[in-house]
Each structure stands twice: as C-alpha cells, then as structure tokens.
Design a protein around this ligand. Sequence first.
Ligand SMILES: [Zn+2]
Ligand SMILES: [Zn+2]
Ligand SMILES: [Zn+2]
Length: 173
Amino acid sequence: MAKKKEEFKKEKEIFLEHIQKAGLRRTGQRDLIMEIFLRTEAHLTSEDLYWLVQKDDPTVGHTTVYRTLKLLTEAGLAREVRFGDNKTYYEHHYNHEHHDHMICTECGKVIEFFSQDIESMQDEMADKFGFRPTHHSLRLWGVCADCQKKESEAQSAPSGAQPRVRMRSVSSN
Ligand SMILES: [Zn+2]
Ligand SMILES: [Zn+2]
Ligand SMILES: [Zn+2]
C-alpha cells in the first residue's frame, strides 16, 4: 500500500499544481476521483469512473467526476481515447509508453499493443507524402480470442431447438 502511494506521488504533485494554476481549490472529492483514476489501470468512461467513485463516496456527482477527468487530461495525466462507440474513454497518460488498440466488437475488450515495425512503417508512409505526423491512434476492430472460442463452441453444439427435442426423446426411451 505504501509503495502504491509513493508511485502516484509525482502524478499527485502534477495534478495539484495544475489545479492551482487553474485557480481552483483542492477538494477531498477531486482528490478521491484522482486517486481512483490513478489506481485503475483501464479504459474508463466518465460514467465508469463515477460508479467506482460512488463506492467510496456516494455524494460525488457526475459533473464533478467529468470535470475532474477533464482536469486530469489537461494536466497530462489522462488521455482521451475513442473506440468508435460514441463514448469517450480515458486512460493513464503520464509515464505511459505509446501504444495502439484492438477493440473486440463482441465483448468490448480492449487490447493494447505496440509494434515498432508498424510505427516505422507509419513514419515511412508519412515521409513519402512529405507529411509531418504529430500523433496517431491506430485501432483495429474485430473479435477477440475468447469470443472466437465462444463462437466456435456455439457452432459445434447442435443448433436451434434440436437439443431439447433430443433430450426429450432420450428421457422417454
Ligand atoms: Zn502507434
Ligand atoms: Zn471479445
Ligand atoms: Zn490504452
């Protein structure tokens, strides 16, 4: 626990500094939202974070969570990511290596990946067009390994109403 606290020390400093610069007051609720965000290694919507915060303090409102996420983003601790479902997700940004995402359209799982080959090819392609890239977000949509497994299990099982009919005929024999 003590180690975790130490881990987020720098992040907390950055956040408090940003709050001061923005002319805002430090509040217990903002601190709590920041803490929960920092200890949750995931891609979260404002709504997701709201429900996590609710467990600790039910008096925290949606707007406070949303505004705090915006502050965390401005401070460079959070980054907005979109996975094509019209929602804005937030992930850790500070001290996190660049990565890209694969999104499962069946279960919503998000896989993070990094490939130096892909990164280099993107740079080469930009070069070719005399383009100066500033940032990018590569996203692959598809079906994750778990969902493919479920799919093939569903396919190998007898389809439709057949199993029930068979079971009846077995029990009546
Ligand atoms: Zn990339
Ligand atoms: Zn899946
Ligand atoms: Zn990510």
